[in-house]
Design a protein around this ligand. Structure first.
Ligand code: AMP
Length: 121
């Protein structure tokens, strides 16, 4: 997959589209998912132009990787999910049905999240 600079998250990062911001760091932005799948559903994205976790894990600097992981934990704590529990998930590519071609990590919680995966028949 090649990076498309016109994807919706790139536009949010450039300030061309609004987002409901949760927090921001040197390398990451966290904001509420527009179509939440659980009571709390936040997306954490790197500011750098990475298509997915595959791209990010291969090319991002250690500082960017550390920042993303720390931001995920911080977001979960900010949402009060560290006690009750939460799920972190990132889709890469066709089989995972990735919709937006800019790495985003979902942080979901605030309720029982059910079984981890329910595969289509
Ligand atoms: P994925 O299927 O992993 O690519 O997830 C893409 C996610 O981006 C979905 O959960 C969408 O609801 C979410 N999304 C799409 N556009 C926006 C937006 N403008 N602001 C916030 N979340 C968005």
């Amino acid at each position: 997959m090649t990076y498309d600079p016109n994807n919706v998250f790139a536009k949010i990062l450039r300030g061309e589209l609004p987002c409901d911001k949760v927090m921001e760091t040197e390398h990451c932005l966290a904001f509420h998912d527009i179509n939440p799948l659980s009571r709390h559903h936040v997306l954490v994205i790197p500011k750098g132009s990475y298509v997915s976790l595959d791209d990010f894990s291969a090319k991002a600097s250690e500082a960017e990787i550390v920042d993303l992981i720390r931001t995920l934990g911080e977001v979960a704590r900010m949402q009060g999910l560290d006690e009750s529990g939460f799920r972190v998930l990132s889709n890469h590519g066709r089989d995972a049905r990735q919709e937006v071609p800019h790495l985003h990590v979902h942080v979901c919680g605030g309720q029982d999240l059910g079984v981890m995966l329910r595969l289509p028949k």
